[in-house]
Write a protein that binds this ligand. Structure first.
Ligand code: OXD
Ligand code: MN
Length: 590
């Protein structure tokens, strides 16, 4: 419990609004969580899975209309529309508080109000921040207890401070027409109603650690990014860290915990995962850009996760995991999803809970955005620096999207400002992580389109300013694309563990160990410098995916210009220059 006056006052106000039958403070103890699991099993909110095969694991099914983030119902509520910028949905705070409180009023009737104190980042780190989430869902409590650091020690760390983020979640009746995910960055407040899907309701994740935190980062001089963080240990025992931004469901979890190809393992290379989704980046006392992962678990996409694509993730899900919207194998009370193996269960329930025979059905059994929520400490390659309050120093930043053409396998930006430009011109095909059409190429600067909590033009400027502060300690910036396809639509690059070969090139470039080919967009590898040993790809095929097609880039340029127009006068002059420079270089080359 806490004596913090600002917390108690808010809880009392919310109690009056929501009218719960009782209030339960989550203390983070296993005993309390176990009680809640039992209660949720009784009501059917979660299902206990086979204790021998999947110890401590549970299955949950969301409502059928509530399976992904809802970007069109996500709002940034700042005093002016301009503060939210051209890429966010905006409503005025007054209008939205009224609307949301009217929706939520009395919605905890006959229910328990759970009060979750949580820390984003290691408790006590100068880079960490505290939040309190109110919810009427045990599923949310149990997920938050995996994804964040929850418990009484958070109250101790907070003390009497008023510096914490308010988060109200109310399931209401899951009415999709009244579903709102709203952020009030100026009040450090989040309100989410009528949903129970993770990305909309685990308020520490996208809502706090990205939307509210990006706004705080702008004010306080740091960055909150949609990035994985990984460490690579070389045979000499030196570890270098990389932060990489990719849109949702584009392989961040896979890259963050990849297992290098055999020949690298033999030589003593290792990969450590620090985080798979979010990085908070500060300029450290040593002047380096330092990253912490504010989360404490993984909320990963299940379909496609298997022994080949991500053996570490698979192992991570084998205990203390909550599965959401996957197939329930009734024969042995375990779970299954598309791409797990070639042996779907015959006697099963699909993600909707309807009988499903994986051998005969032509319907998918798991939802394409079905998830696992697992503790970070389950991951076999979790970094020994995971809890380091000072974070890890970043040598390279990678941006990457899902593009069938145009973007080469990898290229290096010329300098920080050019690298920021490269991040801002990212485009990617949409995925099932958000409601809407899948496979449509859209601009997604720094993979932050759905997550930037303020005007994106100002966000670009903030990036430029961080570079000025970092000076020659700024990480090198790269762009990758694992998703180039051949004329039949097949991916050319094998991806997964073999992406290590590209990371090796990136680190060599950071240490100025190898030359590269200068092109109008940046430095592209000489084909001989990407190690293909043990792969089915020859240098000619590699050259195909390293190719920079000037004609396609001319089209891309027009597209970037149109996108940039959105930002009007908020587009930093440095980026206008970068765009002009790119155009001039392309004109000269065509
Ligand atoms: C996620 C997402 O869940 O980006 O990480 O949607
Ligand atoms: Mn994400």
């Amino acid at each position: 419990m806490t004596k913090n006056k600002s917390v108690l006052k808010w809880i009392s106000n919310m109690k009056n609004l929501l009218n719960p039958a009782q209030v339960l403070f989550i203390d983070g103890t296993e005993e309390q969580l176990e009680k809640l699991r039992k209660e949720a099993c009784k009501t059917g909110e979660i299902i206990k899975l086979n204790e021998e095969k999947l110890p401590g694991c549970y299955l949950h099914r969301t409502a059928i209309n509530d399976v992904a983030r809802v970007e069109d119902r996500t709002f940034i509520c700042t005093s002016t529309r301009h503060e939210a910028g051209p890429t966010n949905n905006w409503r005025s705070p007054n209008e939205m508080y009224k609307l949301l409180y009217d929706i939520a009023r009395n919605s905890y009737n006959n229910k328990t109000m759970y009060v979750i104190p949580y820390s984003m980042g290691p408790i006590g780190s100068p880079f960490s921040k505290i939040g309190v989430e109110l919810t009427d869902s045990i599923y949310v409590v149990l997920n938050m207890a995996i994804m964040t650091r929850v418990g009484d020690n958070v109250w101790s760390a907070l003390g009497e401070s008023e510096d914490w983020v308010r988060g109200l979640h109310a399931k209401c009746n899951l009415d999709a027409e009244k579903r709102y995910i709203c952020h009030f960055p100026q009040d450090k407040t989040i309100i989410s109603v009528n949903s129970a899907y993770g990305g909309n309701v685990l308020l520490g994740k996208k809502c706090f650690a990205l939307r509210i935190a990006s706004y705080l980062g702008k004010k306080e001089g740091w960055l909150a990014e949609h990035m994985l963080i990984l460490g690579i240990k070389n045979p000499k025992g030196e570890v270098k860290y990389i932060a990489a931004a990719f849109p949702s469901a584009c392989g961040k979890t896979n890259l963050s915990m990849l297992i290098p190809p055999k020949e690298y393992l033999k030589r003593g290379y290792e990969v450590y995962c620090v985080g798979d989704d979010i990085a908070w980046l500060h300029i450290g006392k040593d002047g380096m850009l330092r990253a912490i992962n504010p989360e404490n678990g993984f909320f990963g996409v299940a379909p496609g996760t298997n022994e080949k694509s991500n053996p570490n993730a698979l192992k991570t899900t084998k205990s203390k995991t909550i599965f959401t919207n996957v197939v329930h194998n009734l024969d042995d009370n375990t779970v299954w999803w598309e791409g797990l193996d070639k042996n779907p269960p015959e006697n099963a329930l699909d993600w909707k809970g309807t009988p499903w025979n994986g051998k005969t059905s032509d319907q998918k059994g798991a939802h394409p955005n079905s998830r696992f929520t697992s503790p970070a400490q389950n991951c076999p390659c979790i970094s020994p620096e995971f809890d380091n309050p000072a974070g890890v120093p970043i040598s390279a930043i990678i941006f990457g999207g899902r593009r069938a053409n145009t973007m080469p396998l990898v290229y290096q930006a010329k300098d920080w400002n050019n690298g920021v430009f490269v991040g801002t011109i990212m485009s990617s095909e949409t995925t099932a992580a958000a409601v809407g059409k899948v496979g449509v190429v859209r601009h997604d600067p720094m993979a932050m389109l759905p997550f930037c909590g303020y005007n994106m033009g100002e966000y670009f400027e903030h990036w430029i300013n961080i570079g000025k502060k970092l000076g020659d300690k700024a990480p090198q910036i790269f762009n990758v694309n694992w998703f180039r396809t051949d004329e039949f639509g097949n991916f050319i690059w094998p991806g997964f563990g073999d992406n290590f070969r590209v990371l090796e090139w990136i680190l060599k470039r950071c240490e100025s160990k190898i030359a590269a080919q200068e092109t109008p967009i940046g430095a592209v590898p000489n084909a001989k410098d990407i190690n293909l040993a043990g792969l089915d790809i020859n240098e000619d095929l590699l050259k195909k995916i390293l190719d920079v097609d000037f004609k396609l880039w001319a089209t891309e340029l027009e597209d970037i210009k149109a996108f940039y127009k959105k930002f009007g006068d908020d587009l930093p002059i440095e980026l206008k220059k970068e765009l002009n420079n790119l155009e001039n270089r392309l004109i000269k080359s065509i």
